[in-house]
Design a protein around this ligand. Structure first.
Ligand SMILES: [Zn+2]
Length: 159
């Protein structure tokens, strides 16, 4: 345990790993920005990178406060995507523990937010942004009690 490599140590020896981590770390990642742009274009308004629940030290990427919906765009590397979340062969125990810790924390965050009455939606960074926007839009419209679009289009004209 005490032998774990510190983050400022040799862990970034692989350029590929370093790139992957930089690409996935923190806020305003490309996939998140793409989703935000689509949601905005559809007239949805939201808060970004905020703590939905007072006193709960967990931030969500995209937050619809009125509808109590939190959206996360999880990086494949950091959050252990089964398709792309390969653990680097260098310092594997360090990374395994790190990523497992992240996923544990994610599940705990989901539960804490749900306990507070929030709906939590998670996407992977590899998910199609358009499909993700569709899902979020449907959720928000349902939460607002909006009439479904299809019904609007087929609504018969009334005198
Ligand atoms: Zn992935």
């Amino acid at each position: 345990m005490s032998e774990w490599v510190r983050p400022d140590g040799s862990w970034a020896s692989s350029a590929g790993v370093r790139r992957s981590m930089q690409g996935n770390r923190g806020r305003d990642t490309k996939p998140e920005l793409a989703l935000r742009r689509l949601l905005h274009a559809r007239g949805l308004r939201y808060r970004v990178d905020m703590r939905p629940v007072r006193g709960l030290r967990r931030k969500a990427d995209i937050v619809f406060t009125r509808q109590r919906v939190c959206v996360f765009v999880d990086g494949c590397f950091w959050h252990g995507c089964s398709a792309h979340g390969t653990v680097p062969s260098t310092n594997r125990p360090y990374w395994s523990e790190k990523i497992e810790g992240n996923t544990r924390r994610d599940r705990e965050t989901d539960k804490r937010l749900a306990d507070e009455g929030w709906t939590v939606v998670r996407f992977w960074e590899h998910d199609d942004a358009g499909a993700a926007a569709d899902a979020v839009e449907a959720l928000i419209r349902a939460a607002r009690g909006d009439r479904p679009r299809a019904a609007e289009q087929t609504r018969p004209g009334q005198a």
